[in-house]
Structures are given as structure tokens and as C-alpha cells.
Design a protein around this ligand. Sequence first.
Ligand code: GLN
Length: 483
Amino acid sequence: MHQETITELAAGLRRGDFTSTELTRRYLARIERLEPRLNSYISVDAEGALAAADRADARLRRGEAGPLTGIPIAHKDIFCTQGLRTSCGSRMLDGFIAPYDATVVERLAGAGTPVLGKTNMDEFAMGSSNETSFYGPVKNPWDERRVPGGSSGGSAAAVAAGLCAAATGTDTGGSIRQPASFCGVTGIKPTYGRVSRYGMIAYGSSLDQGGVIARTAQDCALILQAMAGFDPKDSTSVERPVPDYPAGLDTDLAGLRIGVPEEWLGAGLDPGVEAVVTAALSRFESLGARVERIRLPHSPLCIAGYYVVAMSEASSNLARYDGVRFGHRCEDPADLPDLYRRSRAEGFGAEVKRRIMIGTYALSAGYYDAYYLKAQKLRRLIAEDFRAAFERVDVILGPVAPTPAFPLGAKTDDPVQMYLSDIYTLSLNLAGLPGLSVPAGFSAGLPVGLQLIGNYWEEGRLLAIAHQWQRATDWHRAVPPKG
Ligand code: GLN
């Protein structure tokens, strides 16, 4: 039951094969058994999940169920949940209980999904391996000596291991797509502004976007449908109708124009990953698509540009954790500066401190023009590259990450190596475009995802292409060896 898709589980619930309460108990039992090894959850809420399952069962009995009623999910611990700890992977918020629900949490609760708990993540979503979490690293269910990717590593690992039917995530520079790729599951980062950021703890506000990780594109469509749409509480959410994603999945790939960026193949790309991408291109051609090479000339500069923007915005966003209003406060402060200094020194981990310092430096008088402003100009050039590409093609296809999941500890002493692993995911956040990762093969026994990038507001098209891909292939059906 735990490896079934939402669509299959929802059919089982409707037929009365099992109840939501039984399904929830089943996931809770798996969590209890596998979590000591995987560490994909920060908090588990058995009581809350079972109460919601009971309400869902009543709705099912009354025949009032929607497509997600009774389907147990998990939230990345970056989304505020009323009455349930929201830590953002940090000691700073270890004891923080939000007084309200994030819009995403509220909407999914309205759709009738019990919440099993909050998933592990890199501290304040800063990382690519889930190793910066205050609660310890998450293990990749495919190989427990390896990372699950980050920062939504807990969500991806939990879905892959069958510890929830789907999980929310956030993607500032790849944090949905890269862990989805490393764990062999499907994940979508929508267009900036599609999903409300209200109650989603801010990292890089102009880049952050909520999305979903699930087993299939069809499941992602169902969850995104419930999450997406204008929210008056978030001034960057866009007032634009949300298409019916599940209804739009039946598309024809014949004539689809796929662009492959020249800059993304060859040097620096693991040969096993490149082989998966090349094989996928031939497969898409045999399904009727046309493949052509395109250029994204500024994409090699995206790492430098992204890290300036993300760190600058992080330094500003994280100023609120001062020991006064939110989170950790040091013992017996001597005076106000001591309170600030020690609360922040104790509450934040090393990577977060590094980013606050670099970001503060980049924003300081005299350096602002040289760094932040320059990065903003680069952002425009990157968006222009994509604009030109989308005049010729419908969708862009490439790798998600240069390698499959790497060993735990392999990059922790070298932040630049860690940042370089984001090379294919960052540029679309800088442009605000939607992207998706779909399982497409294996390299040395580890799952490899394929990245699809669409034009603005084209998440429906990405989901439809991925759905057709999953009708033609079985990669998303592969399950991790143990458990
Ligand atoms: N790895 C990138 C970073 O550390 C992206 C993280 C994310 O998308 N939240 O900033």
C-alpha cells in the first residue's frame, strides 16, 4: 500500500478497500520502523494525523470526498503549522510553535489530507545535501551512506521510502528538483508567484517557491491543484486563474519541440547522468517530439549570481532571529548586544552564519553595486536567454544535477563544491520559471532525474509531458531495495 500512487490510494479509499485511518496507521507504523535509519522527519504527529483521518473517513462515508480526501501527506518543516513545531531545520526555531498555518498547509488541510508530520531539511533551506540540518542528516533510501539531496531531502526520502503519499517542498535554487532526482521521485517547482509564500519561512524571498514531491506527475498535479492560486496574504502571489492540472495531463507529445542547452552537456557532467539524458532524448523522439540544441549563454554564471542574491536576501530575512521576537534566546544576557550576539551564535549553524556574513558584506555600502546590483543585472540576462530559447522550443530538457546522490560527508568541508552541484537548477529560479524533475534511469544503481523547464505559468504542460513520459516508462515504479 505504501508504494501506491495517490490516484491508486484514492480509488482504494472510495471502494472501501481500506479507510483513511487504516492507511494513516500503516504509514505511521512504517515511519516508526524506518525512521531510526532514515531521519526524514523532524516531527511526527500521530495524534493530529489520526484525527484528520477520522474526519476524512466521515467525509468519505458521506460521499463528499474530493480527490485528496484521506491521503496522508507530510510538510517540509519550513511551512508554519499551528500547534505543531516548525523548526526550519534550525536550533534557532527548535521550540517554535507557529500561531497560524501557512496558506499551503491550510489549503491542503481543506482538501482533507491528514498530516503525518514535518520533514527534515537543510537549516533554513540552505544546502544541497540535507547535511546542515540541526536534526542531523537524512539518509538516501536507495543507499543509506549517501545524501538524499537538499534542501527538501526529508520530503524526497520520505516519499521514496513510502513514509507518506506526497510531501510539500520549497525550491530556492533546486531544493525540490535535486532531492527528487537523488531519491527517484517526481518533484515540481512552479512559476514564482503560483503558490503562496504566506507562512513559508523566508530564505531568498525573490527566489523561494513552494511545490510538491510525489511518486508521479499525476500525483503532483493533484497536490499542486490544491496548493496553487492567488493569496491576498502574499503580495508576490499572482492573481491568475489556476488551470485544471489533472484534467490537462492527456497531451500528445507529437510535434513537441524540446530544446537541449549545449552548455549543460559534456564537461562537468557525470557520464552516467549524461547517458540517462541522451537515452531520454531518443525516447522522446520516438514518442514524436523534435529535439534541437539551444544555447543559454549566461547559464555558466548562474552560480555566482544566485549565491550573491540568495545570501543577500538571507542576511536580511534572518535578521529577525534576534533572541527577542522569535526562537532561541541565550541564558542570562548581560545586555542587549550580548543577547543578540549569543542568541544568534548559539541558534544558527555554520552554513547559515557563513551566508549571513557573505550576504551582509555583499549588501554593504560600497559593495552593493559591485555585487548585488551586478547579480540583479545578470538575472535579467539569464531571463533573456530563456525568453529567446522559448521562441524556438516549447520546453527545455536537461540534467537536474551533475551527479547522482553523493556520499554523506563528501562535500561538507568544501562549500564551493556543494554550491557547484546546483549548476543546472539555479538559473530558472533566477528567472522565476517552473521546473520539474522526473525519474529517467539509473547510474551505478542510483536514481537519476531528468529536468523539464517550461515557460512562465506552464506547469500544466510540464506535468502533462512528465505524465506521458511515465506512461511510456517504468522508472517511477522502481522502489528502494530495503524496507
Ligand atoms: N542548494 C541551494 C542553496 O543552498 C538551493 C537551496 C534551495 O533551493 N532551498 O541555496
